[in-house]
Design a protein around this ligand. Structure first.
Ligand code: NAD
Length: 361
């Protein structure tokens, strides 16, 4: 009997519904080829949810997500909702979803696609073959530590305060995700911190090192964050899997992603200890091209591939989708954001059709 999965779809705003439609069509091919059965349920988030219910994350949406095996999200946001107070803006829906599902691990791959290597701002010989996974802690560290705020000092000056803090258990749980992720790749893990200056980083390094004893098959190294930033640009091929805290991960994952040069191609995964993960493109809702059939749907398709690999443990189906994406690019198909001379310019829907043709061959 076919293995069954309940998938929640959150198309959101802007180009979201267009790229989600492609991902769903592609997943229907995966169902047939791998004897899987997806039960799709769609729910509201972001601006679309604000328009319909007044809230960016209706309770019903969170319930549906909790009762599924994985959540596939497109993008949220747009000019229309920019002037609302921050707790009612589309972004609040995203933060609420991460908090509600306790998603503490963010996985951001940065893999050079040979067919798009010219899109990178770095030299071909530096980036060719780059394949990095950044595992970022998502619910702790300086973005959530207390005390925080802008306070008045005794001299009447204002003083801004944030606190970088991690407990042992917070470090251990992200560490475990990172070691397990490295195991599914080249079994090399680099932990990034600032333990030459910060006590919170000393604890981080200590715990990750201890954890390393449980994963003797994974080669563990440590770098200070300033050196890691430099090495990412100097010699990115030395990295396989990187694990780091919330702030350093925010910055390094963007830097690593831009090695590839193409925002319309980048997927991500956010995982919790148990329960469904959320899989979504790195890019936003691109309101400037929404509704014009110009969006690149491939980051959404690659997010579906991450969902298969990390959310549903269907690695072979993930490989199948990723290979299909490479093949459609090899055939010369391009959307506007990755267009180059001599290639065939396609809209969002046509790119989806071209991909499905490749997958069905
Ligand atoms: P954006 O990623 O939406 O767009 C940046 C540029 O990249 C635009 O020119 C856009 O047309 C282009 N682009 C993005 N994705 C593309 C794709 N798939 N195909 C082709 N071109 C693509 O970032 P922004 O303009 O800073 O933000 C727009 C809205 O998206 C804002 O409301 C922002 O808050 C929101 N946003 C949402 C998320 C998310 O849902 N996770 C992430 C970032 C931004």
């Amino acid at each position: 009997m076919a293995q069954q999965y309940r998938i929640t779809l959150l198309p959101g705003d802007g180009i979201g519904p267009e790229i989600m439609a492609v991902a769903v069509d592609v997943l229907k091919v995966v169902e047939k080829k791998f004897d899987l059965q997806f039960e799709f349920q769609e729910a509201l988030i972001g601006g679309a949810a604000i328009d319909a219910t007044g809230e960016p994350l209706p309770a019903a949406t969170l319930d549906v997500c909790r009762n599924s095996d994985a959540v596939l999200l497109a993008a949220i946001g747009g000019y229309k909702w920019d002037s609302l107070p921050s707790h009612l803006r589309p972004e609040a829906g995203l933060l609420g979803l991460r908090a509600g599902l306790e998603l503490f691990a963010n996985l951001r791959p940065a893999k050079i696609i040979p067919q798009l290597i010219e899109a990178s701002t770095l030299k071909r010989e530096i980036v060719e073959g780059v394949d990095i996974m950044v595992v970022r802690e998502l619910t702790g560290g300086i973005y959530f530590g207390k005390p925080r705020g802008i306070f008045e000092t005794e001299t009447g000056q204002k003083r801004g305060v944030n606190t970088m803090a991690y407990t042992e258990s917070e470090i251990d749980r992200i560490g475990r995700v990172a070691f397990e992720t490295a195991r599914k790749r080249q079994s090399k893990l680099c932990s990034v911190d600032k333990s030459n200056v910060l006590e919170v980083s000393q604890l981080w390094r200590d715990r990750i090192t201890k954890l390393g004893a449980e994963y003797p098959d994974v080669e563990l190294t440590h770098l200070y964050v300033d050196n890691a930033a430099m090495q990412l640009l100097r010699a990115p091929k030395q990295f396989d899997t990187i694990v780091t805290g919330n702030l350093f991960g925010d910055i390094l994952s963007d830097a690593a992603a831009m090695l590839t040069g193409s925002i319309g191609m980048l997927p991500s995964a956010s995982l919790g200890a148990s329960g469904p993960g959320v899989f979504e493109p790195v890019h936003g809702s691109a309101p400037d091209i929404a509704g014009q059939d110009k969006a690149n749907p491939l980051a959404q398709v690659l997010s579906a591939a991450m969902m298969l690999r990390y959310g549903l443990n269907q690695g072979a189906a993930a490989d199948f989708l990723e290979k299909g994406v490479l093949q459609v690019l090899q055939n010369g198909a391009r959307t506007g954001d990755i267009m180059s001379v001599g290639m065939q310019l396609l809209g969002c829907r046509a790119m989806g059709e071209a991909l499905i043709q490749v997958l069905e061959e």
